[in-house]
Ligand binder design. Structure first.
Ligand code: AMP
Ligand code: MG
Length: 481
């Protein structure tokens, strides 16, 4: 009865500053609700011969797998612009599971009890938000966007005190690592240069081995992280994803989407869209995501200053020039992404205008972001009267003639578009509906939603209900603790 765990826990061997060695706090009456079979297979893990009672113990941390060395990781973060020393206050890392001896994955429990980083928190998590993270992270993965994954959710059988009593839960999260911009901030704030060098080397070894022997590792690392985070945010903009809480502790060095709290997908195109109830000033609105990514990268650059150049002024100059490149890198990637969304081959000098004209039309007409691209792909060409608007028709004619440039054809364009435009996204009301049923012990809607979101680029039958935007234009998300 071997599951196939293969732990090799390098992070736990780093100096004490980096972590606290701590076990998850056992829970009263764990019950496994969801186990990700496909992900288990990808991780070479076989749970098929284990009964549900045992699985519930495993995924609650009541019974720890052999080879795990559980730790809470230290990190800091700029939360809405304010710097705080943080750390895993309600999570423990079981260790790093190796797949085929080469691919290394962090396995973490979220909601596993108090740690020395808990501050005033109870170390616990609530069922709704943990299932929400499971649903959205798996949807993001299916959209071909780098992300942490969700392996399992258990109900703890304990109540958690929030505004009222809510069912407790633990999510098993899998990530290529949990090193964050905030990890660098924590180590840099401790002002021990050896620890900073250790973190840079560790991160390079784990994520960017191609610069292991480079002359200026810190600078190269900054450039590579910038490239990956830039790609990530362009992907978010592609599908209308709003992360909602892009604090520096929620930005992974690997370039994966991490920490699904108040995130949600935009329905009608509005660059100012904010769903999070605590984001009063729109710091993390849809269109602020790129500049905030840059701002967060500037915080990473600050941490690396002592390693970029011995001369501080020179280091600051180099780091500033590096971060100033963000705009160019982003704009290029964004433009190419939008060309793919519109099925445009090659480049034309009028592309930016064509793209912006459509975005402007969508914003002025409250057109649904996802469904407008579906309309262009002739999918569910709804009778939506919006698309009969003269301005849209004029734009459409320009688009049709642009598509033919560079040996293009409508067919070729639509093929390209189908790889870049989801037909179905996690619509806010469908997510809420599934979570509400799950709270009443009914997981049917969650499972159905997961299976539809697993194939976002396929034209599935009978999913109209999952494609329409909600009528609720006041939708709000909460931080989900
Ligand atoms: P998050 O909003 O999930 O990114 O969390 C921000 C910080 O607050 C992290 O250090 C978390 O570990 C911590 N935190 C969030 N919720 C709790 C909780 N219920 N108990 C203890 N710490 C928490
Ligand atoms: Mg976080």
């Amino acid at each position: 009865m071997t599951i196939g765990w293969h732990f090799d826990n390098t992070y736990s061997k780093l100096p004490d500053t980096f972590k606290e060695v701590i076990k998850p706090t056992p829970v009263h009456d764990p019950e496994l609700l969801i186990l990700n079979d496909k992900l288990s297979k990808d991780l070479n893990l076989d749970f098929s011969k284990i009964d549900k009672g045992e699985l519930s113990k495993i995924f609650s941390g009541n019974s720890l797998p052999k080879g795990s060395t559980t730790i809470a990781q230290a990190y800091a973060g700029h939360q809405f612009g304010h710097f705080t020393m943080l750390g895993d206050g309600r999570a423990v890392l079981l260790g790093e599971h190796l797949v085929n001896n080469t691919n290394r994955f962090d396995v973490q429990f979220k909601g596993s009890g108090r740690t020395s980083f808990s501050r005033s928190g109870d170390g616990r998590a609530v069922l709704g938000p943990m299932l929400r993270e499971y649903i959205i992270s798996e949807a993001i993965h299916a959209l071909n966007i780098p992300t942490t994954r969700s392996l399992a959710v258990v109900k703890t059988g304990e109540k958690v005190v929030r505004e009222n009593l809510l069912p407790g839960a633990i999510l098993t999260r899998v990530a290529s690592s949990h090193i964050r911009v905030g990890t660098f901030q924590y180590i840099a704030a401790k002002q021990n240069i050896d620890d900073l060098i250790t973190l840079v080397d560790y991160t390079i070894q784990r994520h960017y081995p191609e610069i292991k022997s480079s002359k200026n590792k810190a600078l190269d690392l900054l450039n590579l992280v910038m490239e990956r985070q830039c790609k990530l945010v362009v992907n978010w903009m592609r599908v209308g994803f709003i992360h909602g809480v892009m604090n520096t502790d929620n930005m992974a060095i690997s370039g994966e989407t991490i920490d699904y709290g108040p995130c949600a997908f935009m329905d009608h195109y509005d660059t100012k869209t904010v769903f999070s109830s605590i984001d009063k000033y729109g710091r993390y609105s849809f269109s602020n995501q790129p500049p905030i990514t840059k701002w967060n990268l500037a915080r990473l650059a600050e941490c690396l200053i002592p390693l970029i150049d011995k001369n501080e002024d020179a280091a600051i100059k180099i780091a500033t020039e590096t971060i100033d490149n963000f705009q160019n890198i982003y704009e290029n990637k964004w433009l190419n992404m939008m060309r793919d969304k519109l099925g445009l081959f090659g480049k034309d000098k009028n592309d930016l205008k064509l793209i912006n004209d459509l975005l402007y039309w969508m914003e002025s007409n409250q057109a649904d972001y996802t469904n407008t691209f579906c309309h262009l792909m002739n999918i569910n060409s709804s009778n939506d009267s919006k698309y009969k608007d003269t301005n849209f028709i004029n734009w459409f004619e320009k688009w049709e003639s642009r598509v033919l440039i560079n040996n293009g054809s409508i067919e070729k364009s639509i093929n390209l578009m189908k790889k870049n435009n989801p037909i179905v996204i996690p619509r806010n009301h469908k997510v809420e509906e599934a979570l509400e049923a799950a709270n009443n012990n009914d997981l049917n809607l969650t499972n159905k939603l997961l299976s539809i979101l697993n194939k976002p680029y396929d034209n599935q039958n009978y999913i109209d209900d999952y494609q329409s935007p909600s009528n609720n234009t006041e939708y709000q998300t909460f931080c989900g603790t």
